[in-house]
Write a protein of this length. Sequence first.
Length: 179
Amino acid sequence: MPRATTKTDLLASADGQFCKMWQLIDGMDEEIQRAPFAEEMATMGKEAHWARDKNLRDVLVHLYEWHQLLLHWIQANQAGERKPFLPEPYNWKTYPSMNVELWKKHQMTPLDRAKSMLKESHQAVMTLLVTFSDEELFAKGVFDWTGTSTLGAYAVSATASHYDWAMKKIKAHIKTCTK
């Protein structure tokens, strides 16, 4: 699916990928949903997340936390509080260490709670995104706080693209569990 460039496409791709992800999860036996990731998953890719995430819950809370980043960033800036997308002291070079802190924060979060948190945060993101026009989402320079990017690009990254990432991890988990 091509990256969204209109509000209609953004909302459709975000909801569509979210639904596909839940179909994948709902199709898993409860035992597989709760099973730890196989050790071999830690080396499936060069990215830090392959070693960081140990189970389905970790993937779901990661998505939830990135929804929170998007929501708080938009709401703060709309209220006139100049705020970067990534919280201090993080930047785009150091955000993997932020992801580890987010991972640590949720080690006691039960899977069922992670599921409900993610469903609620997805709905909150969708409810907020629908309030913006095509131009506000995809024209550069509309909001000075989005820098050289667009609000829509951030939204795609926190929704549809992140759901694609999650589905790759979930599929790898299913594959390694059923060997």
